[in-house]
Design a protein around this ligand. Structure first.
Ligand code: FO1
Length: 318
């Protein structure tokens, strides 16, 4: 089957390690809202997390960046921060020495005029992730977060520097109105046998992919069943700070509320077995929903989750 997955970083990448074992033809549409320019380099954290995870190079401990990483460059930049008395260098962002090779190579090709989608394909030629990885857009977009006191900051500043500890009042994909889907994105949605929304952050991962004009409409219009896997288990995100993002857009942190947030996009929804009451309520309201163990503890458990999502898709086939 041709399966198209709209994936963010760590949760999406882990889900893909299980899905990939089932032997389908997988296209991943990656999130670019987390992208950021630092030291003149365009950094695409979610594309890299998918690429490194599926390519066997991810840090198992952190879930982002490279395994066996060192941070000598970042630490040395810290010395400039101390000596210069400025605080405008983003030394709070952990760019590892090995990871920097990816950012330098990407910056080199982008500066030569190679579009991000082609750059991503070239980077993946090294990592051989076993899926086709497409950015949501070749255009420059980034997620901006409005803080409670009105200041607007880049998503990474809120997420990494402030640990999402300052409440956000709005989250928007800056540059979205001029952005177009990257080559292959709309065809991958229209031509899929199944479209999957994995357990990625519904606001700053899947939400920002859908914010690129044309992508949401394509998901609504595809003849493929669209099934989602809840990133919320027992009223809390499995990992990350999705609750802070959901609060910013006024959505409750529950498997039920995230399904309702996706609304018309979904033909089926998979929740954790502990959230069976949410599935019952959604079924009563007309959305086919099932409960299954959703903790991605290892590749086998993750493959069972992916399999459950595909069997739900088969049963709700439009
Ligand atoms: N996450 C952190 O919590 N701290 C970091 O210093 C950090 C650096 C970093 C560098 C490259 C990269 O690809 C990802 C990185 N991440 C870091 C993860 C990233 O900020 C977010 O987890 C994702 O953008 C959310 O999907």
């Amino acid at each position: 089957m041709r399966i198209t997955v709209l994936a963010g970083g760590i949760g999406g990448a882990r889900f893909l390690t299980g899905l990939r074992t089932l032997g389908h033809d997988i296209t991943v549409i990656g999130n670019n809202g987390d992208d950021v320019t630092m030291y003149g380099l365009r950094i695409c954290p979610d594309l890299d997390t998918v690429m490194y995870t599926l390519g066997g190079g991810i840090s198992a401990e952190r879930g982002w960046g490279r395994e066996d990483e060192t941070f000598r460059v970042r630490d040395d930049i810290g010395a400039y921060v101390g000596a210069s008395g400025t605080d405008d260098l983003p030394s709070w962002f952990g760019l590892g020495d090995l990871d920097l090779a990816t950012h330098l190579v990407r910056a080199h090709w982008l500066a030569e005029g190679v579009p991000l989608s082609a750059v991503t394909a070239r980077l993946c030629a090294r990592w051989d992730p076993g899926v086709r990885l497409l950015p949501s857009t070749d255009d420059r977009v980034e997620t901006h977060v409005t803080l409670a006191h009105g200041e607007r900051v880049h998503f990474q500043e809120w997420w990494v520097r402030l640990h999402a500890s300052v409440p956000a009042t709005a989250i928007e994909l800056f540059g979205a109105s001029e952005a177009r889907p990257a080559p292959g994105v709309l065809d991958a949605i229209a031509g899929a046998d199944v479209v999957v929304l994995p357990p990625s952050n519904p606001v700053v991962s899947v939400g920002t992919i859908l914010a690129v004009p044309g992508i949401r409409d394509a998901v609504v219009a595809t003849s493929a069943p669209v099934v989602g896997v809840s990133p919320i288990v027992g009223g809390a995100p499995v990992r990350g700070m999705a609750d802070a993002c959901l609060a910013a857009i006024g959505v409750e942190t529950s498997a039920y509320a995230v399904a309702r947030h996706y609304g018309e996009l979904l033909d089926g929804w998979l929740v954790d077995e502990g959230d069976k009451a949410d599935a019952d309520r959604l079924n009563e309201e007309g959305l086919p929903a099932r409960a299954a163990p959703l903790l991605m503890t290892d590749v086998d458990a993750t493959a069972r989750i992916a399999d459950a999502a595909l069997s739900l898709a088969a049963d709700v086939r439009k």
